[in-house]
Design a protein around this ligand. Structure first.
Ligand code: HEM
Length: 510
């Protein structure tokens, strides 16, 4: 009898052939004045072969589609996601990122932005940020004093960021061992899902073919529920928090009411009965918060520090600015100091332009959308991709676009005054969009910029970052998976600068 694995190759070929035939039936050559290319998906993601896909690389079209068309409420849906929560719930549990443009998306996104990401609330997490920074500095210090100066910076940064996000998500009394277990579970889950992207479009078929991998995914998701649900339930039972105490993200989700018809694109505009979120949705939203808050941020932090290792003059200029703004005696660069650091901001912008940690933004044209490009209506079902690194390295916008030159964002440079938010009324072009654009742009941009600035400034203040040797050398080669990672995770030689700093930071309260 044939095993399922034996059917894998013939089924894959069949799907590819059908895909080719379907695609031939819908040529999109005419659009190519502005759309740079049409590409095949990887075989691993062979469902892509079934869909028509266009890639937009010019910034005027990007602005038109994402911002202008999006402002009218069209072109606001993403293609089906492979997020574990969505796939394993047979496409019932959405998070913000996977939700169709409708009432669930509106309610959950508004909740995130107006509750814990509201500036007045974000300020309340300052003590958690200080604790995360001190823990990270203590860890790096220990590594570099016991390992010939070399630190596995990537892993330490990831642990610090995940811990900080766990505090923002579940409150500050989560046991450290539990946080590590959540981080391990998240990592395994992400890589299992990445290896199985095809689930998103052909779940039933791939569930049959990859039975073992499917079972592993189910087990990981179950473990995730076992880790998160007790924390969620503990927050349900709590008394109202005293004013001045930071809420946890999960507190805001527990109270949230969402209308019926939540999972349909454009659904939920008519008056409907409101319901609270299910346990499955709560777990999915918490997982999104932890994943989206940690992964692209840690990847970006590595790109920034790697560039500072490669450009010691830039690193020294950041340090000079820090000393000018906070002085030599200050304990740390405080959050209130960051707004006065123009050069630091220029370094972040330049790293985000050259190495956006999210490689592409995607939208899917829905039957209701009227999307016209170059005089042609784009067929429903088409997936439109916007590759962010290419858009940020456009030769018509930037001189020497492939070079790391933060000064281009200072007064007199072409990047001076560039905003990361391309608003509907903006000039009709996008110069860079590392956080996406339009209605679905990243709601975490403000917190991400705050965390990047705070950690980069303080890491530069605490240590001199230089190149280690051999296997540990800093390599700016990217490895693009679901994120734009450094091919070699960041390792660096660190020299302590601030010898009088606290000996053990992780446990001391600010
Ligand atoms: C350097 C860090 C980050 C980068 C580069 C980044 C980038 C992006 C990009 C490019 C998108 C797609 C936008 C679009 O489709 O137009 C996105 C979406 C999203 N990001 Fe971020 N992000 C970062 C940090 C965060 C953080 C800290 C959070 C919050 C926990 C977050 C939560 C989300 C969510 C929920 C979405 C989906 C939004 C929606 O569909 O409405 N991100 N991000």
């Amino acid at each position: 009898m044939l095993a399922m694995q034996d059917l894998l190759l013939p089924v894959t070929l069949l799907v590819l052939v059908v895909g080719i035939l379907l695609r031939r039936a819908r040529p999109i050559k005419e659009m190519q004045t502005r759309l740079a290319a049409v590409k095949w998906g990887l075989v691993r993601d062979f469902s892509a072969a079934l869909r028509q896909e266009v890639i937009v690389t010019d910034r005027v079209s990007a602005h038109h589609l994402l911002v202008r068309v999006g402002a009218g409420g069209a072109f606001c849906n993403r293609p089906p996601t492979s997020a574990a929560s969505f796939v394993l719930s047979r496409q019932r549990h959405h998070n913000i990122s996977s939700a169709p443009y409708g009432s669930l998306w509106r309610a959950t996104r508004r909740n995130l932005v107006s509750e814990i990401f509201h500036p007045s609330c974000l300020r309340l997490y300052a003590p958690a940020r200080v604790r995360a920074l001190r823990g990270l500095v203590a860890d790096l210090r220990e590594q570099c004093t016991s390992n010939d100066g070399v630190a596995l910076a990537a892993e330490s940064m990831h642990a610090a960021m995940f811990g900080l996000n766990a505090t923002m998500c579940f409150g500050d009394d989560v046991d450290a061992g539990l946080v590590r277990a959540m981080a391990d579970n998240m990592e395994e889950l992400i890589w299992s899902v990445v290896g199985m992207r095809v689930f998103a479009a052909l779940p039933a078929l791939t569930r049959l073919i990859y039975r073992e991998r499917w079972n592993k995914l189910v087990a990981l998701r179950r473990q995730q529920e076992e880790l998160y649900l007790p924390l969620i339930n503990a927050r349900r039972g709590r008394r109202r928090r005293p004013s001045g105490e930071a809420p946890a993200y999960v507190d805001t989700l527990i109270d949230l009411l969402v209308g019926d018809g939540r999972n349909s694109a454009y659904g939920g505009n008519a008056p409907s009965r409101k319901q609270t979120l299910t346990d499955g949705e709560l777990v999915g939203l918490c997982a999104e918060f932890l994943g989206a808050g940690t992964e692209p941020l840690t990847a970006e932090l590595q790109w920034i520090m790697a560039n500072l290792v490669k450009h010691l003059d830039v690193q020294e200029a950041v340090r000079r600015e820090i000393e000018a703004v906070v002085g030599l005696e200050a304990d740390e660069v405080g959050e209130e100091d960051l707004g006065r650091m123009e050069y630091l901001n220029a370094v972040l912008m330049e790293a985000l332009r050259l190495h956006p940690s999210v490689p592409a933004v995607a939208r899917q044209v829905m039957p209701e959308d009227h999307v016209v490009l170059d005089g042609q209506r784009v067929t429903a079902g088409t997936i439109v991709q916007f590759p962010l690194e290419r858009l940020g390295r456009d030769k018509t916008t930037w001189a020497n676009p492939d070079e790391f030159q933060p000064q281009r964002f200072l007064a007199g440079g072409r990047g001076y005054g560039v905003s990361l938010v391309a608003a509907a009324g903006s000039a009709g072009e996008i110069k860079m969009m590392p956080f996406g654009a339009g209605r679905r742009m990243c709601p975490g941009m403000g917190v991400a910029m705050l965390h990047l600035a705070y950690f980069v400034a303080n890491l530069v203040r605490e240590f001199e970052w230089t190149e280690a040797e051999g296997e540990m050398v800093v390599d700016l080669e990217p490895h693009v998976e679901f994120l734009n990672f450094m091919k070699r995770p960041l390792r660096a030689k660190l020299t302590l600068r601030n010898k009088g700093a606290r000996a053990s930071g992780a446990s001391s309260d600010p």
